[in-house]
Design a protein around this ligand. Structure first.
Ligand SMILES: [Zn+2]
Length: 404
């Protein structure tokens, strides 16, 4: 109900915004007119969402979409996971007096609606490229939330690391004491970039113009996401960007809890089950509930769950690994009689599993040691004692040694 009211409020705000946009056009006002001093501070009298900001916001969103689509532009998973706030300055070819960008912070489950920020006193920044800043430390986040982030010797922006095939990933330990990582983006290529100095300030007026509503930047950055046709697609693009993974390994599961009657459509049954458990993820503009990336049916058919580059929700601490679930419950303790679905994996299921693992290993350079049963990384019986993991591993081993 509360959410509905917020949506309604924003809709009303936007309706007024549309009316105002016409007035500005007719009067040929500059893009950010100062509010009349005599105007009472009501929503209706605020200027409309500024089209210039909207164009920049859209450009920022499409830059992120482009980056997610290409696996070679991958930022290490640990960096993405430790980022609490994100700022993007989209490159504008027009010689602007003020560089404008957008800031958003992670909240419990998503990213907050963006705030307009301006940057001045910049040195060491890339020219002619979009600039992306990933804020990791609490002091960097606090400064942004207070509305004044001063980059310099006290709070430096380090060159952002990139995920590279065959190199070890950045560990959580290496991220300690890191404040901000910088990246530059141009023509679908992303590389790390440092920044010597910059003064990034929340632009209260521009943020109000963007929403057509008196939102305080600090309040927005600390709160949840508001449904708004102005900023929704940007928030979705940011979520997809941070939910993208470069698969580092494979975790094997049994699906459990799919009653025999649901077997013809196990995705739907699992989707419902995972939906209830809150496994939703927004990735590539869609919401997925299935926690696994793949499911294998008893007849060996392989069905897709969430896309490979979307973070999984199948093993705590290992969600940058791909999750494959074999439909069934292979624990002799939990499913002794087979009442909870198939009690052993079928030969077809195992053959498909080996085939799928082989394909994914080649695609993402996954070493054999990073293919594991769920029970090896969590306190769980999954994928059950009737699942012969060693046989699967032996087959993969035999294949990789004969292939060399
Ligand atoms: Zn499992």
């Amino acid at each position: 109900m509360k959410k509905f009211r917020i949506v309604l409020l924003l809709t009303i705000a936007q309706l007024f915004g549309c009316a105002r946009r016409e007035q500005i056009k007719v009067a040929a006002q500059p893009p950010t007119p100062a509010p009349q001093k005599s105007s009472p501070p009501t929503i209706a009298r605020l200027p409309s969402p500024n089209e210039e900001y909207l164009a920049q916001l859209q450009r920022s969103g499409s830059a992120l979409e482009q980056l997610v689509a290409d696996p070679k532009n991958a930022i290490p998973d640990s960096v993405l996971n430790h980022t609490s706030c994100f700022v993007i300055f989209p490159w504008t070819s027009a010689p602007a007096t003020v560089e404008r960008g957008f800031a958003t912070c992670r909240n419990q489950s998503a990213w907050t609606s963006p705030v307009v920020v301006t940057v001045s006193q910049v040195s060491g920044a890339p020219e002619g490229k979009d600039l992306l800043l990933l804020l990791l430390s609490a002091r960097a986040v606090d400064a942004l939330r207070r509305g004044n982030l001063i980059v310099g010797p006290e709070l430096p922006v380090a060159v952002g690391p990139m995920e590279q095939v065959n190199l070890t990933t950045v560990s959580d330990f290496q991220l300690q004491n890191k404040d901000i990582f910088g990246y530059e983006h141009q023509q679908n290529s992303l590389i790390g970039a440092a920044l010597k100095t910059a003064n990034i300030v929340a632009d209260v007026k521009a943020t109000q113009n963007l929403y057509g509503h008196r939102f305080q930047p600090s309040w927005l950055l600390a709160r949840s996401t508001y449904a708004s046709s102005v900023t929704d697609s940007f928030v979705t693009d940011v979520s997809s960007f941070f939910n993208a993974i470069t698969p580092a390994g494979i975790i094997i599961h049994h699906s459990v809890l799919i009653p025999a009657k649901d077997l013809p459509n196990p995705e739907r049954a699992l989707d419902r089950f995972h939906y209830k458990r809150g496994f939703a993820i927004s990735c590539f503009g869609r919401t997925y509930h299935i926690a696994y990336h793949y499911m294998i049916l008893p007849d060996g058919e392989i069905r897709s769950g969430r896309p490979e580059r979307c973070e999984g929700a199948h093993a705590r601490g290992y969600n940058s690994y791909l999750g494959i679930a074999l439909v069934g419950d292979f624990s002799s303790r939990d499913n002794p009689e087979g009442r909870k679905g198939p009690k052993t994996p079928t030969r077809e299921q195992l053959a498909s599993l080996v085939k799928l693992c082989r394909h994914l290993r080649e695609k993402y350079n996954i070493p054999l040691q990073r293919i594991m049963p769920h029970s090896e990384v969590s306190r769980t019986r999954c994928p059950g004692d009737r699942f012969a993991f060693r046989t699967v591993l032996a087959q993969l081993e035999a294949e990789s040694s004969s292939g060399e």
